[in-house]
Design a protein around this ligand. Sequence first.
Ligand code: BTN
Length: 324
Amino acid sequence: MQSIRKKLIQAFSESKGEFLSGQALADIAGCSRTAIWKHIEELRKEGFVLEAVRKKGYRIVNTPDIVTENKIRLGLQTSTLGQVIHYEESVPSTQKIAHDLAGNGAVEGTLVIADEQTAGRGRLMREWHSSLGNGVWMSLILKPHLPPQKAPQFTLITAVAVVQAIEEVTELQPQIKWPNDILINGKKVTGILTELQAESDKINSIIIGIGMNVNHSIEHFPDDIQSIATSLAIEQGAQLSRAEVVQTILERMESLYTLYMKEGFTPIKLLWESYAVSIGKRIRARTINGTIEGTALGITADGVLKIEDQEGIVHQIYSADIEV
Ligand code: BTN
């Protein structure tokens, strides 16, 4: 995005609904008032409702439920995550675009977001249903200076960030099902897909895909997942601003990522366990080597799931489908 537009959005974010004169905006953005007027018209075309009053200037009075770069930037309180945003209306998968960008020098915190995915994918190459205009379909690029073995922890950091974000924008109480499902009232509202570009000893990029059902009604889901999927709107009984959801995820994620890089996984582990649905319960884990049944004890310092079977043997589960 042109830097004038960025500065304009920043100024409107800080003015919090107060008028800003054309001259003040021109001074802030370092351009002419005519250029400001052109950018205001572009924002209007995008769906922003801007009031213009003589001698007072402009203010934003309403914004549509869109997830464009301008909308996410308006009010975003992060210093790194989401400071570069690639928005597309429809893409096969944001994950694929983020991989390409990550391999071509994208900066840390780059966000790829779309209104629709035509080939969204989940774990184990499963299809991820991503219908137009009602979900959050996004991929975030991080570049931590860490060995590749640490990558699975990012799924758990993200899960905590998503839970905290949902708690902040709704009255709901989401739970985490290891490793990557966020549930509300036992139904899946969000999935997380963590992928890696790495060398043997260091991570180049982590690409974190988040798929969240936000404003879906039950009919928006294909028949075969209607009994296991839900959305924030279904659970809350009200529609939400998708951009606000995205901003809150980015803000929570930035705090937790900073905490993790400073203090390691221990504080994240405690948070994660406080939200986990299965700890202390009997569960069944289907792994590629067979099914293990037992009591979920918690996660290790590396984020690996521990299950104690009937003989008292503790199994460490790196990858599985869990039935609670
Ligand atoms: C899962 O639960 O299996 C993970 C689902 C991850 C879906 C997200 S939507 C944004 C990003 N793009 C994709 O194609 N997948 C992830």
